[in-house]
Design a protein around this ligand. Sequence first.
Ligand code: ADP
Length: 764
Amino acid sequence: MLDSGLTQAATPRHGSRSPDAPLPLEAVITTSELNMRTLRDRDLAAEHLAMTELMDEMASAAGTTASDRIIRRLVDTTLRLCEADCAGMSMLEVDGDEEVFRWRAIAGRWAYLTGGTIGRFSSACGVVVQRNAPVLMERPQRHYGSLPGGDSIAEMLMIPFHFEDRPVGTLWVVSLENNNRRRFDSEDLRLLTSLARFAAIAYRLTLTQDRVAQLRLEAELADSRLLQAISSELITENDEKAFHERLLDAAVSIMHSDCASLQIFKEDASGGHLELIAHRGFSQEAIDRWESVDSTTLTTCGEVLRTGRRVVAPDLTKCEFMAGSEDLAVYLAGGIRAAQSTPLLSRGGRLMGAFSTHWRSPHAPSDRDLRLLDILARQAADLLDRMLSEERLRESDRRKEEFLATLAHELRNPLAPILNAVQYLELVAPVAPEMQWAREVIVRQTSHLTRLVDDLLDVSRINRGRLEIRKEQIDLARVLRTAMETTKPFLEQRRQTCRVALPAATLTVDADPMRLAQVFANLINNAAKFSREGGSIELTVEASGEDVLVRVRDHGIGIEADDLPAIFDLFRRVRPSYVHDQGGLGIGLTLVKRLVEMHGGTVSASSAGPGLGSEFVVQLPVVATVDRAPNTTSDSLGHGRGQLRVLVVDDHEDGARSMRRLLSVLGYDVRQAADGLEGLAAAEEFRPDVILLDIAMPKLDGYEVARRLRKEPWGEHMVLIAVTGWGKDSDKQRAADAGFDFHLTKPVDVGELTRALARAGATM
Ligand code: ADP
């Protein structure tokens, strides 16, 4: 037939094509031309006669032999009315494992092929059944390969016929390249459409009861397979937009419609409206007009909103509730003639949206189509519901994050003044020795609380993508030094030691010094926290290929194997029951992990089990390695730039001492001198980074000390801060002239002091 003996050629490859290479399928399909061709004259009398004869034939038919006769008659009539070279009826059958088309009857040139078969997917009829629509092909051999017998097809026009709404075969006509080279037009399509109805009846007559039952089963199976395929696509689609598109694709394919839309129900003061979230095939006017549909809109979806039930309008021009409305005019102007809208209902019966399909010509969807659409709508509603719940969860998660951030901020705010106030009290009115412990408790506990709140703030910043790290190329040893200094007070308190083993090379990493120090401080702190008092911790650094591995090992309570995988989870705290709770929020390790990841590294934990200690390994990329002498120290990495050295020069013994204490608490390395001369000597020996100089002092006043310091090569770059009772502008100017960098007025504001020190640190 048209597909007679045509076997599907290999899929064409892209790129250059040899003259014989098959064309892609789309290149031989020319269905859209049908409407553009001039119509041939109709012979209505001949047509009427032929149809009446067919009808009579059918009325008297019974049994398979009769159906054979009818089918022969049908193809003869088709050949004649369409003035084709060949006409035939192909029926889909299962042959073993394969689906084939059987040529039940062929009239004209290929009549001898009657009874033969061709594989479904090797046949042009396969395309027709697949699309469930008429198809016109021009010289199909260009795609399918040459025909036996040397025939060359000019055109073939095919139309599906149905059983139980499913396409089960085709009626087709062919014109050959020879003689008059007939071109088919929409008149032929109209004829074929009428004749296909006879084909469908003839098909039914060929079926036995068993076959009918079997075909129904097959139809149902095919439907469930289609739904199955659609639902697995829908379920795996996580992107909301793509999910909507897939729903529309599925609706269009199930309903054989030209357009489709998906709307979501939104509650409002007047009861609710439908919001358009995806559409297919609409005019811009329609999109703008129906972006939001309420119960006054005279569309099928507006009717769904009013009634809560499905609305089908097979011909909009005959639809009563739309009659004379602007909505109808918009439909028609956009080329839409039929529509249906199906409500999307939640399991509890709540309206969630509407699913509409539209056709360009009058169309009544079949029961089967609507049944399938209902199943799709059920799934769509469930999935939309799930997406909505997920969205709500995400929203509540976001709010929680925001709440945590606000909480941390609010907690942080009073902590700084408390700490400042206690330290300030010490500066201006040192407490009696017997009250000292109370002061220390306040400072220690407030500092602890501040650290916890800071961690909480950081985690919430990371979760909201607000934490920024400022990377620079930095010696890893320097970072570790800062971490050690931060944890030193805690280790001292617990009488623990930390041994450090560095490799014989300077390892440069690209890192935010503060944040990376925070990582190691957290790990060292944990190691100390979960080890007995007086225990030891080892910190080893080793180069490993392009990376460096930093291990923090302790001999403490260890970690159960079951707990290891979750140890870096937020708020995760695992504690063997026999271990006293050391406090903590379970955010330290989360912070460690996130910060290490932000530095392009990884962190892992291991433990031989409870009581056998733990080891945390941080792996980081190294940007440069420079050899240096090996270095193993205990408890400290020696002095370095990580800790600022500050010299306090003040003849007021108590003031100087409390200032020294305050700065030590704040993590600085501090010395004290009692007058100007002593101050000069201490500066030469201690080489501080910053000097806090009182101005009014015996022997040598602050201005003079500053001037002399500035003359020394080692004093040139020291940061000099004047701390005086004189705060007039002229005093400040005098200080600047003497070589001071900053000027602070007594009583010193702790915040101002730390800011000045931070600036001093940053400028060095
Ligand atoms: P926190 O210490 O505030 O509870 P972390 O996130 O720092 O939170 O640690 C999470 C949990 O991991 C801790 O509660 C503890 O159970 C366990 N853990 C962390 N470090 C160690 C360690 N060095 N030894 C044993 N357990 C540890």
